[in-house]
Design a protein around this ligand. Structure first.
Ligand code: ADP
Ligand code: MG
Length: 292
């Protein structure tokens, strides 16, 4: 491409709310074969709400919710905010918490009123030596509904299965369609539950799902998708996405995302929606086109 065509394309992008931080990205985008997308905060609002709380026999709803909310009040995860908001809505008093720690990609734990409280995925429960099988049917149903099932353990006993649901952004379906219309494959990469991810992917017509990845696993997924499909664009918003954004041929950050993601990206989508990706690729094809 000529320096002039890159300048023109970059200028046009800025008008459309697409900031090219590297001119090279404008050239590479037109060759993209697959777009890999983070789920939480990119396809979805990133603002989950608590939808379900099923208790094991012998546990009291208010007591369990107060304890887990007290622990989650120490966490920054969107799931945590959903649980705290639910407890606040029920005007529950949150007890004091000691020795909080988070197990990245799995969950959180702390001491609350002399009890050990652990909250997280089924994998986290297995890691703790607990068997989530008793709740498996409920968890599967919740996943199939596109909700994220979570488990709470109190003093080493499974106390509840919880679900949070994160609404799909209103702009996401048309953005996926626009990418398909450009002949691209769309893949979702997420740390979330497999059934949940697959239910959301089905609703959106997403071609491939990589679920239950640990934060470092996103890079491995990007490498594999590149080998299998060719040039890859990655879209994400979170701190977790920075390594994948760097590994992609072109990394695009959602403008409303974290500074870490924006710093790691080649392109910033100011609109905060996925729509900018198809626009950026179309722009690359139009301005670089056959000139370069
Ligand atoms: P993602 O950003 O795709 O949700 P994460 O690695 O942040 O991926 O989280 C993966 C999984 O770990 C979540 O789906 C959830 O099951 C569990 N998890 C992480 N943080 C928390 C938390 N604060 N409370 C409960 N579960 C959590
Ligand atoms: Mg995200």
């Amino acid at each position: 491409a000529t320096p002039t065509s890159i300048m023109v394309g970059t200028g046009r992008g800025a008008e459309l709310g697409i900031l090219f931080r590297k001119g090279e990205a404008l050239q590479l985008l037109k060759e993209a074969k697959v777009v890999a997308v983070d789920k939480t905060g990119t396809l979805t609002e990133g603002k989950p709400a608590l939808t379900d709380l099923d208790l094991a026999i012998g546990f009291d709803r208010a007591q369990v919710l107060a304890r887990i909310a007290a622990v989650e009040a120490k966490s920054e995860h969107p799931i945590a905010r959903a649980i705290v908001a639910a407890a606040e809505a029920e005007k529950l008093h949150l007890p004091a918490v000691e020795t909080f720690s988070s197990v990245t990609g799995y969950g959180v734990r702390a001491q609350v009123m002399g009890s050990r409280v652990e909250i997280g995925s089924d994998h986290y429960m297995v890691l703790l030596g607990l068997d989530p099988a008793a709740f498996a049917r409920t968890a599967q149903r919740l996943g199939d509904e596109g909700k994220t099932p979570l488990y709470a353990a109190i003093d080493g006993k499974l106390a509840a299965v919880i679900a949070v649901a994160d609404p799909i952004k209103a702009t996401t379906p048309e953005a996926i369609k626009a990418l398909h219309d450009l002949g691209l494959k769309v893949a979702m990469i997420t740390g979330d539950n497999r059934r949940t991810a697959e239910a959301i992917a089905r609703r959106l017509g997403i071609d491939e799902v990589v679920a239950e990845v640990l934060p470092e696993g996103k890079v491995e997924a990007v490498k594999r998708l590149k080998r299998e499909h060719g040039r890859l664009a990655y879209v994400g918003d979170g701190i977790n996405d920075a390594p994948a954004l760097a590994e992609a041929d072109v990394g695009l950050a959602i403008g409303t995302g974290t500074d870490v993601a924006i710093e790691a990206a080649d392109v910033v989508l100011m609109s905060g929606s996925l729509n900018g990706v198809a626009t950026a690729i179309a722009l690359s094809k139009a301005t670089i086109g056959n000139i370069g």
